[in-house]
Design a binder for this molecule. Structure first.
Ligand code: EPZ
Length: 419
């Protein structure tokens, strides 16, 4: 398994291109099951996009993936209506084929995704929403069997008891072809939802309430061809902002948008990080010292849970203490023991961690456990004294395109060790 070796202490300086958003493209690709052909540009080359492309091809779509150009054209229609366990277990976002398949073909058999390192990750909200639209859902041998009523899905008013990005995406897509009006109340407001809605509207969908927590969809008979550029990855941008800050450097995040950072921008500024929008993107500077800031993860526009581990690395070398509370997932502190091995002073009980900043971390061999925990160890390694070896970097490759190349491009001493 590949590893990443980092020798810390270099200030980052220069420009980092921000790639298309993983969590946007993993919802945009299944939209091609509703209609098409759909051409996506600015598609990041990630393990997860390859997995989704393989799933859609297995379902019968024609997938033309130009990884160099970052373009992806999806055409044809599903000839199989089953998403098998061996693909879904590798990537939970596979469940996003469920809504489109039931909406267009009236039926689908999709493996239950199962949990992952950060939590049990249930899909009950996805299933209850489809039932509200008239579908019959049965669970059989670890699979979701979904069947629309004769005449197809019907529009419905769906109130989410808690915010769910995936359930909002699945039901938004299903509603575009349902008969009548659907209202999604307490819908997720992440920028990736807006990006998906814009793409669906380009395909002919009728959607109102973009960027709000109340989406209204009027079903149409079919969706057609569209071209859509994937929005920049706000979590990658936030990750690199922490990299610049933790090394005391200055970088321009090309293509990043300040507004898409939501509360991450406010919290980073409170911690002593300078963020300035420029024509080409977001300039990040470290003003003076870093200060400990308390934070709680929340749905957008709150502080993103996908930025929690990275922020914890930053707070590990700040002056003072920081209380970090994870409210979205039940097991998202697996980076703590590894950061502690690098000299961080962190204690956690339940969903809250207290971080007491130290003047300097020290490099060490560490173990990646999930995507964002892995990158938090890379950030710590950039600032640590000596050498850090991050093992199991296949986690990183799921969500960061050319990570070591981008960081080396702004002065980090970082390389991949094949093995
Ligand atoms: C998406 O996951 C992202 N993944 C996650 O990013 C992100 O952390 C998460 O949204 C929250 O922002 C993709 O977009 C591919 P949720 P998703 O449904 O849709 C509970 C990363 O690192 N819940 O918003 O699965 C759930 O257990 C990944 O890029 C139910 O109880 O997240 C969690 O506690 C990690 N029932 C909370 O809601 C459901 O039916 C939020 O989950 C669905 C969710």
């Amino acid at each position: 398994m590949d590893r990443i070796r980092i020798r810390g202490g270099r200030r980052l300086s220069g420009t980092i291109p921000v790639s298309g958003a993983k969590n946007a493209v993993l919802a945009l690709m299944p939209a091609a099951l509703l209609g098409g052909p759909l051409t996506l540009t600015n598609v990041p080359h990630l393990a997860d996009t390859d997995t989704m492309a393989a799933l859609l091809a297995q379902l019968g779509l024609t997938v033309e993936h130009d990884k160099q150009k970052g373009s992806l054209t999806l055409s044809g229609e599903a000839t199989s209506l089953e998403a098998p366990y061996d693909i879904v277990r590798k990537m939970r976002a596979s469940v996003l084929v469920l809504g489109p398949l039931v909406a267009r073909h009236g039926t689908a058999r999709v493996s239950l995704p199962g949990g992952c390192a950060i939590g049990t990750r249930p899909v009950d909200l996805h299933l209850k929403g489809l039932e509200a639209m008239g579908a019959t859902i049965t669970l059989d041998s670890g699979y979701i069997e979904a069947k629309a009523a004769p005449g197809g899905l019907k529009g419905a008013r769906i109130i989410f008891p808690q915010v769910s990005v995936g359930a909002t995406e699945n039901l938004l897509m299903a509603a575009t072809l349902a008969d009548g009006e659907t209202e999604l109340v307490n819908a997720a407001r992440e920028p990736e939802i807006e990006d998906l809605a814009l793409c669906l509207m380009r395909m002919g969908a009728r959607i109102e309430g973009l960027c709000s927590d109340r989406l209204r969809i009027t079903g149409v008979p079919s969706l057609g061809a569209a071209n859509h550029r994937v929005l920049a990855d706000r979590i990658e941008a936030g990750t690199f902002a922490c990299a610049a800050a933790i090394t005391g450097g200055e970088v321009l995040l090309e293509g990043a948008r300040l507004d898409h950072l939501g509360s991450v921008a406010r919290i980073l500024r409170e911690a002593g990080v300078g963020l300035h929008e420029e024509h080409k993107g977001l300039r990040v500077t470290r003003l003076n010292g870093l200060h400990g800031v308390d934070v709680q993860t929340e749905p957008y526009p709150g502080f993103a849970t996908d930025m929690q581990a990275q922020f914890m690395s930053l707070m590990s070398v700040a002056e003072g203490a920081s209380m970090i509370t994870e409210t979205i997932f039940e097991n998202r502190f697996m980076h703590v023991p590894e950061l502690t091995r690098m000299g961080a002073r962190i204690n956690y009980h339940g969903s809250s961690a207290i971080v007491r900043g130290v003047p300097r971390l020290s490099g060490a061999p560490v173990m990646a456990t999930d995507l964002r925990a892995s990158v938090s160890l890379v950030l710590a390694g950039l600032a640590a004294e000596g050498e850090t070896m991050v093992n199991r970097v296949y986690h990183l490759d799921r969500g960061y395109e050319r990570l070591e190349e981008k960081l080396a491009g702004v002065g980090a001493d970082i390389e991949r060790v094949r093995g």
